[in-house]
Design a protein around this ligand. Structure first.
Ligand SMILES: C[S@@+](CC[C@H](N)C(=O)[O-])C[C@H]1O[C@@H](n2cnc3c(N)ncnc32)[C@H](O)[C@@H]1O
Ligand SMILES: Nc1nc2[nH]cc(C(=O)O)c2c(=O)[nH]1
Ligand code: SF4
Ligand SMILES: [Mg+2]
Length: 253
């Protein structure tokens, strides 16, 4: 069944929440190592072949998601953070299909900052209110098709800022193989001014929790580093998922 905007939560006042957890560290990309609380929304317009968060993607998990009001979500963030402003990372599923503008406004009023992780398939005017936007377009190994005009529009929405609010945008691409690498090179050429992070893919089925293929991830890291250096691609940053190395595919970390 194809998903419509309606049955994955667009236009409703409540946000579909899969889990809220932390503070932990951001394990990936531009903000790696930063303390953060995660809000993981439920529902996604993609079905990546290797998605490590299917419990927040597939409709059969919908009964485990909570439709939550903005104030309820913020109360949980405040409780987890001990009322101390911290970076909040909105992930999913695709958080861009949820009504999150009010949460960003409310959090900002209390000194919290906001980052989002999204594949760039749905652009929202409220992207301009974020502090950090990580766009993670999907390479061929995901079996998804990139709609470039939507990725362009996501960047336009984020940078269309009337209030002089500063947002940092970056690209993060998961790499499993040579074809994915070629895709990342193309994306870097298309958006030459955006910082680019390459993330070694993790092949482990999510169900296997802690038993992850660490040596596979490290071998991919090693290959990726050699690959970028051989190309003299010195502007890129190559990283593993730090949380995966530390805690496997465990949820809530
Ligand atoms: C689960 S997604 C949720 C946010 C959004 N849907 C997206 O894909 O950007 C968060 C990040 O995890 C990455 N990711 C998902 N499965 C992965 C895997 N098996 N190995 C490495 N990274 C993965 C995604 O590419 C994305 O950058
Ligand atoms: N620690 C930690 N860092 C992360 N960075 C991105 C995550 C995600 O699933 O979106 C994630 C996550 O689930 N945990
Ligand atoms: S876009 Fe993100 S959440 Fe959706 S299936 Fe792909 S990796 Fe998973
Ligand atoms: Mg994850």
């Amino acid at each position: 069944m194809t998903q419509t905007a309606q049955n994955i939560g667009v236009g409703t006042r409540t946000v579909q929440v899969s889990e809220i957890f932390g503070p932990t560290i951001q394990g990936e990309g531009a903000l790696i190592g930063k303390p953060t609380v995660f809000v993981r929304t439920g529902g996604c317009d993609y079905r990546c072949a290797w998605c490590d968060s299917l419990y927040a993607v597939l409709p059969e998990h919908k009964a485990e998601w909570n439709p939550m009001e903005t104030r309820q979500i913020f109360a949980e963030i405040a409780r987890l953070s001990g009322d101390t402003p911290v970076l909040v990372t909105l992930s999913g599923g695709n958080p861009a299909i949820q009504p999150l503008e009010a949460l960003i406004d409310l959090g900002h009023e209390h000194g919290y900052t906001f980052a989002i992780e999204t594949q760039g398939s749905v652009a929202q005017p409220w992207f301009s209110k974020l502090d950090y936007l990580t766009l993670s377009p999907k390479p061929p190994s995901s079996k998804q098709v990139t709609r470039w005009e939507r990725l362009d529009r996501s960047i336009l929405c984020a940078t269309n800022n009337k209030h002089g609010h500063e947002i940092q945008i970056n690209l993060k691409i998961v790499i499993f193989d040579e074809e994915d690498y070629a895709y990342a090179r193309y994306v870097a050429e298309r958006y030459p001014t955006l910082p680019m992070y390459l993330q070694a893919g993790n092949h482990t089925p999510p169900q296997q929790a802690k038993e992850i293929d660490i040596s596979g991830i490290l071998n991919r890291m090693d290959w990726l580093i050699q690959r970028t250096i051989a190309d003299r691609w010195y502007g890129v940053t190559v990283l593993p998922q730090l949380h995966t190395l530390l805690w496997g595919n465990k949820r809530g970390v």
